[in-house]
Design a protein around this ligand. Sequence first.
Ligand SMILES: *Cc1c(COP(=O)(O)O)cnc(C)c1O
Length: 409
Amino acid sequence: MNALPIDPPARLLMGPGPISAYPSVLTAMSAQLVGQYDPFMTSTMTETQALYRQVWATENDATFLVDSTSRGGIEAAMISLIRPGDRVLVPVFGRFGHLLAEIAERAMAEVHTIEVPWGQVFTPAAIEEAIVRVKPHLLGLVQGDTSTTMLQPLEDIGAICAKHGVLFYSDATASLGGNPFEADAWGLDAATAGLQKCLGGPSGSAPITLSERAVEIIRSRKKIEAGIREAGDEDAPDFVRSNYFDLGMILDYWGPRRLNHHTEATSMLYGARECARVLLGEGREAVRVRHELNGAAMLAGVRGLGLVVFGDVAHKMSNVVAVEIPDGVAGDAARQAMLDDFGIEIGTSFGPLHGRVWRIGTMGYNARKDAVLTTLAALEQVLRRFGATVPVGGGVDAALDVYTGHAEA
Ligand SMILES: *Cc1c(COP(=O)(O)O)cnc(C)c1O
């Protein structure tokens, strides 16, 4: 077989993630490799930790990367913080809440869930009521669930967890960078993310931050290495049941001891470092405001096309919107036409929303005026060709009004 060099088609990724990466992230990832303990490597790791402390708004020493996609970050946090039999509470408001519950189950937790219908979020009172009832060791709460586009408010949850002695973990994969996140001020014990949403990189690296309390729990787990088990552990083995995702070992690798664990994924490290550098260079608040502005323009635009927006819009993430597929329009075929005719990808949906809504994202590099307007212009044409009645220019006009209004403000 005579394979040609890789040459992907030109795409504008306007779905719920992954999104088109910042060009400088791609450049950073093509830089030459260095050895695992090269001074450049270790100093780049240390520098990346410092950058992500700012991204998370934390002073946590234990801020680093798990080499995997976002779900590896979730798995590392859960499997390292949960002992078999621990009670875990997961409030579920979409697909990723179910994922957290499943991973907790695999960590052999006693899992309790509460649910709200898709398109809604929990009140702090509902979460506190469940905490009082369940008395969990850990609360696992998604911040932004891309399956429903909802953003769960977290700012009051840390104090509730602290009051009841519960560890507070959040999956902020979809939301970090495009929405507020304050790891320390909100009392998070653990939080994980990925690069492929608002951080504007590829999937494959999971930034994580851990409070001192979380690190203490991880450090108190019994060790098992190369077949040698720590004593006193015979009846109820306590060691973390994963080598790759054992945060105690990963911490020793990133920490001053630099104990060998896996070989750090060098190109992903370069990419993750660049994602944080781009975000902090533009400014954390400026990036959040850019997501808010472009998300508002997309929201106004889809409404300007006569589309109905799904869910409690007051609690929507800034960076993704779900729109109901108009009656009579073939959803998958129309999405395919966006891709084939315009090179634009928008998202389909899962579970109860499957076949009902498209999800359109404005994240990272693509949280941009030209990307928003191009998507709306293409969507108007596709909707018309698929039989929907759409106001001529209604999407682009409504979005432009948002941008103009912003310019005057
Ligand atoms: C997109 C997303 C993920 C993605 O996980 P991967 O392993 O990177 O595919 C995880 N959690 C949430 C809330 C997400 O929105």
